[in-house]
Ligand binder design. Sequence first.
Ligand code: 3PG
Length: 396
Amino acid sequence: MKLKVLVADKFPDKYIQQMKDLDLEVIYNPKLGEKDLPEAAKDVDIVVVRSTIVNEEAINYSKKLNLIIRAGSGVNNINIAAANKKGIYVTNCPGMNAVAVAELAIGLMISLDRFIPDNVSDFNKGVWNKDKYSKGKGLKGKTLGLIGVGNIGKEVAKRANAFEMNVYGKDITRIEGVQIKDFSEMDQLLPLCDIVTIHLPATPQTKGLFNKQMFSYMKDGAYLVNTSRHDVVVEDDLLEAIKEKNIRYACDVFKGEPEGKSGEVSSKLQNNPNIYVTHHIGASTEQAQDAVAEETINIIKKFVHSGVIEHWVNRAKITDAHYQLVVKHYDKPGVLASVLDVIRSGQINIEEIENIIFEGGIAACCTMKLQSAATADMLKQISENANVISVSHVEI
Ligand code: 3PG
């Protein structure tokens, strides 16, 4: 039986065809939204989404959902906690739309500096105002603060360098696979910046980062650009900072953003002369959508053909494993079962296990990460199996 893939968002036709060519049954319905997804995803194996919300109901209601692919970067539209409980893989396409988002961020900086949207709007109203709009400061020589120096931040930095700006970055520190959001030095960075641009994921640590306190560190008249996620900025505090410090803000994301591709919109950020808002189009260039679609096909291919989960975001970063047991053995039926029997007899939980075969298919190596230590007696029992070559057990 063919695997069923539901593409519940806009996706280039050429790549829908490539999916079909992988011998998959493909259902393409770009109009689906959060409410219809539970029914639509009920019988599929793979769901591909952009910003369509995959909520707990969609996950729990699904009978055989195995993989959710976010055809983009941020995974905050997917209920990962629910996917974790059902063992459903969640993956994304990191970096594939980074250039497009960086291009928009630079565009917004120039828009703020040269009042481009107001120029256009006045012209269309029949108003000529060269005097009013001739007050751009220019980007050259200005200090830019990148908040988040991941795939997108790096692309912004390259472009800002080409504009001869002084670029500072506040990165997210990664320690042993864990992301530590350390924003402790913002009081030193923000006062230096003429322009600040945010490139952070939506996480509990980044939520509300740009609050009253952060705005108090910013220069009067500084520009703030946000092409990341709306909840990194406290909109009420932003509106106050605009009044008090004449901060100018341009963003691609805002609270209450509609899920669909067209319709009505209502936001606190409307009709403020210091604010420009675009329609969450950061990733929506042909170049970026092709790159994301190609990566999506690549993820599906690997998943279907070799079981490899590329860009797996909900794999545990830290497990409860404290010991590693490596058993080299002859690749024969029942050997591993006998090893596992010994481990079971000790009531030890195996957190991770991998069995790899040496070339020629005679010997194999099984690596297990154990929650608690195997006893000397258990190790002896495992070694006594005539098909076991060697056993090593270390604390990790
Ligand atoms: C992302 O996280 O990749 C961007 O926010 C793009 O979202 P979109 O695919 O819904 O345009």
